[in-house]
Design a protein around this ligand. Structure first.
Ligand code: GDD
Ligand code: MN
Length: 362
């Protein structure tokens, strides 16, 4: 593994690029690695093109300017498409990531056969001393949220390298926000991952682009990773939440039909049930199982069948427990609760595998 593509996303970093390039060259000149630097800039208009033109004379630097797209992660992904190395390495432009650590990271891959290496702030010997309180706290919370996805100590790092062959897998990368490293860790699922300590430096020039908007995007990103990694569980959670919302719909319509329209209670309950069912159906169709197959009428009829079955199961379980086990005589609400759980499971499985079953694309 001799060639590495160093991908550097930039937005208003022109001042940092010459120094970064020089430091990378110093670090790699003495090694056996050939390299290319691929800068992906989102039309900063800060003279970066002139700077790169100068650098091109002495260094293997390429600049891609994107006019129609913005965003760190998507810039990195665009960089992958232009890169030709056997190893891809991603780093920030602002010299927060020490270029002198690059050879060590590459050795982990090419000599020790790791698939993915992170320049980590949070393993022994690493540091992020220049962080202010806000960033420290922010990093802590972000890491905690990422725990279910990876055991890596610094999954938020923007400094990492990996075997480019990992990208041959057919997975769709989500270019949302800042955390492209985490995205790759979860989606590419590299087998052998390691971290080497780095000292994260405060940026040299310019200012950070990690804004509140990025934090919100991070939460959306995490939710999407959750959907990706724990798909059925996440569907079940959304299904239950929609079910709870349906109860509110049901109660509202019972109130309207019984209290305001003065309809018979039996009729009012049917109306409540049908409206709740319809709203559950629409919400699930739109948000929980959006890539579904059959036509809407067929789905609706199926959803009706499943819901009635679910109710029958719900009723049967609770009544059975109540009537045959003395214990549940006392704890009858528990019997009802278990019935509800059973009904919910039937509804969920029926919805997933029958109502909104995905039909194979032709
Ligand atoms: N092309 C492009 N488009 N590049 C961008 C964009 C964008 O919209 N936003 C930021 N960048 C580039 C910056 O120019 C810089 O080279 C790099 O991405 C990191 O941006 P910073 O603004 O310096 O981010 P940071 O220092 O706050 O965050 C860094 O540390 C975090 C850990 O605290 C990044 O490495 C994060 O990925 C990391 O999580
Ligand atoms: Mn930075």
């Amino acid at each position: 593994m001799g060639k590495v593509s160093i991908i550097v996303p930039t937005f208003k970093e022109a001042e940092n690029i010459p120094e970064l390039t020089r430091q990378i060259d110093v670090a790699l000149k003495k090694t056996k690695y050939k390299y290319e630097i691929i800068i992906v800039d989102d039309n900063s208009q800060d003279g970066i093109d002139q700077k790169v033109k100068e650098l091109e004379k002495n260094y293997p630097v390429k600049l891609k300017i994107r006019l129609n797209e913005k965003g760190l992660s998507s810039a990195v992904i665009a960089g992958f498409e232009l890169a030709s190395g056997e190893i891809f390495l991603v780093m920030d432009a602002d010299l927060s990531h020490p270029p002198e650590k690059i050879p060590e990271m590459l050795d982990k891959i090419s000599k020790e056969n790791f698939d993915f290496v992170i320049g980590s702030r949070f393993v022994k010997g690493g540091s992020a001393e220049h962080f202010n309180i806000f960033r420290t706290l922010n990093a802590l919370v972000s890491r905690m949220i990422a725990r279910p996805f990876t055991s890596v100590k610094d999954p938020m790092a923007g400094f990492f390298a990996f075997k480019s062959s990992l990208l041959e897998q057919k997975v769709k990368l989500n270019p949302l926000g800042f955390k492209i490293g985490l995205e790759l860790l979860v989606k590419l699922n590299p087998r052998r991952v390691t971290e080497i300590p780095i000292q994260f430096q405060e940026r040299l020039y310019g200012k950070s682009k990690l804004t509140l908007k990025q934090q919100i995007l991070y939460l959306i990103h995490i939710w999407r990773l959750f959907r990706f990694k724990f798909r059925t569980l996440s569907e079940f959670i959304v299904f239950s939440l929609i079910g709870a919302s349906g109860m509110v719909v049901d109660l509202s319509f019972v109130f309207i039909s019984y209290d305001i329209l003065n309809l018979n209670f039996r009729v009012a309950r049917v109306i409540g049930f049908v409206f709740a069912l319809t709203s559950n159906f629409m919400l699930n169709r739109k948000f929980n199982f959006p890539k579904n197959g059959h036509g809407i009428i067929k789905q609706y009829i199926r959803f009706f069948i499943v819901s009635l079955t679910g109710f029958a199961v719900n009723w049967t379980i609770s009544v059975y427990l109540y009537e045959t086990r003395p214990f549940f005589n006392k704890y009858y609400l528990l019997a009802a609760f278990l019935g509800i759980l059973g009904g919910l499971s039937v509804n969920f499985l029926g919805s997933k595998f029958y109502v909104f079953k995905q039909v194979k694309e032709k």
